[in-house]
Design a protein around this ligand. Structure first.
Ligand SMILES: Cc1ncc(COP(=O)(O)O)c(C=O)c1O
Length: 473
């Protein structure tokens, strides 16, 4: 018997009735999304953001299939209009389809998609990223996963060491070298920190040089000291999507001092925090300058992109370093391997340039205002949850918000499997609030009305869940 079927057996009659009613209404409202998912399941091997399969919610286990989007809204194939909180998994800082990005893309489409020759925009985009983040040199990939993979390769190439440290609860994409969870805890230090593959297909040999440590735990700094001669890099997501309430400035600063002293590359994975918390990302916010930072999401303006940015001593391994015409200079740095057919895709470059120029023109006040609006939204929800004794504590880091701490195993990515919260999500979807798991993002396109709509939907959902015997105190 699976855990899911055991849980079904434990539902009360009241809960079963609530769930049955919700399933009927939800299926009716999102008929085409369900139908299309079923029709194409035999041919479409799909892992679309649904979290773990759970028998309880099987009849609602399909993605909302989107048809169009604008600003803070998306419309599904059944023509339901949602206030979107998923916001492209953190991409759409300015809402869906903002005119300035659409114009840039249309202009580039008119010129064609030239892959092979250098993009005429690449240099300018690199310069803008360097200006906003303070990083010296920039390279482009197509996804965040590739950017992280490349940053690790560069760190190993420059230091000549093999091991890296990552922290439990961090997601770095789907490169085998970071698909690692903490190993089983034993007395022996070596065994307890040694990571293990998170899923079948990830070879133990691939992750044997990855140590998985506790985030914001002083003991982790001691372990890093212990291994310092062997460590190429410490890779850190400064504020984890699954724990937005954990913002450990002192720990990050200690990590910086320690890695500097030991010549260990400090890599900030700023895929979510980059350009969101501040134009200079989490580094500017926490006052910590990493050696390499990886970006993506927001900066691509909806196009696939990954950015590897860093000090010249690291980034020179991409092209051999800087040299000039008309003298004796030449690329002197030993290169590592880096490539990709679609890197610096003209559409990605055009969208990125539009995003970066917009961010530069608006200055930090764009983030400040949006972050404040998100904090107020989270405060309203928290007050309501507290008054109603709903066991959820909310937090935000800039425009990223979610429960302060989710159950988190590296193997589960950002999923949260508590039935009450899962049901709250379906209740919200039924009320046309579109979100992933329990976390979400606000954008500059979200109006006060949109936010009030979400808060009202949360209150109605909680009230209905309670009538159904869920989320009780
Ligand atoms: C912190 C972090 N790093 C890396 C990635 C992987 O990026 P991508 O999905 O573009 O490969 C993600 C994706 O969510 C992320 O949140």
């Amino acid at each position: 018997m699976t855990s899911a079927t055991r849980y079904v057996a434990r539902l009360t009659l009241q809960q079963e009735k609530h769930l049955g009613d919700l399933i009927t209404r939800y299926n009716q409202q999102t008929k085409k999304s369900k139908q299309l998912s079923q029709t194409y399941r035999p041919v479409l091997a799909d892992n679309k953001n649904l979290g773990e399969f759970n028998f309880l919610f099987k009849e609602m286990y399909y993605p909302i299939i989107a048809q169009r989007s604008l600003g803070a809204k998306i419309w599904d194939v059944d023509d339901n209009e949602y206030v979107d909180l998923m916001m492209g998994l953190g991409i759409n800082l300015f809402g869906h389809n903002p005119p300035f990005i659409k114009e840039a893309l249309t202009e580039q489409l008119d010129k064609g998609i030239q892959i092979g020759p250098q993009s005429e925009l690449a240099g300018e985009v690199a310069e803008l990223i360097s200006e906003l983040t303070g990083m010296e040199r920039i390279a482009f990939s197509n996804t965040g996963t590739e950017a992280v993979m490349t940053a690790i390769r560069i760190a190993r190439a420059v230091t000549g060491r093999n091991k890296i440290v990552i922290f439990s609860g961090s997601y770095h994409g789907h490169f085998d070298g970071t698909l690692v969870k903490a190993g089983t805890s034993e007395q022996n230090l070596d065994v307890s920190v040694q990571g293990a593959p998170i899923s079948p297909g990830v070879l133990p040999n691939f992750v044997k040089d990855v140590l998985v440590l506790d985030y914001d735990n002083p003991q982790s700094l001691e372990i890093i000291k212990h291994y310092q001669q062997e460590l190429a890099a410490v890779l850190v997501v400064p504020v984890q999507t699954s724990r937005p309430g954990l913002q450990p400035k002192a720990f990050l600063q200690q990590l910086r001092s320690l890695t500097l002293a030991a010549n260990i590359t400090l890599i900030f994975d700023e895929m979510v925090t980059g350009f969101r918390i501040h134009p200079g990302g989490a580094q500017a916010y926490f006052g910590v300058q990493a050696d390499i930072a990886t970006y993506g999401k927001i900066v691509g303006g909806g196009m696939p992109i990954g950015v590897i940015a860093g000090k010249a001593i690291y980034m020179d391994t991409i092209d051999g370093g800087i040299w000039n015409y008309g003298d004796n200079s030449y690329p002197q740095t030993n290169k590592t391997f880096f490539a990709g057919t679609f890197c610096k895709h003209p559409l990605a470059m055009a969208a990125a340039r539009a995003v970066l120029k917009h961010l530069k023109a608006e200055g930090p006040s764009l983030q400040e205002q949006l972050n404040l609006r998100t904090s107020q939204f989270v405060a309203s929800l928290s007050t309501y949850f507290q008054e109603e004794e709903v066991p959820i504590r909310m937090a935000n880091f800039g425009s990223l918000f979610g429960p302060a701490a989710l159950k988190n195993h590296a193997s589960e990515g950002n999923t949260f499997t508590s039935s009450g919260i899962d049901l709250l999500r379906y209740q919200l979807l039924y009320r046309k609030v579109h979100l992933l798991g329990a976390s979400g993002y606000l954008s500059t396109a979200h109006t006060v009305q949109n936010i009030d709509y979400v808060i009202e939907a949360v209150k109605e959902s909680v009230s209905e869940l309670r009538q159904g015997g869920f989320l009780t105190t």
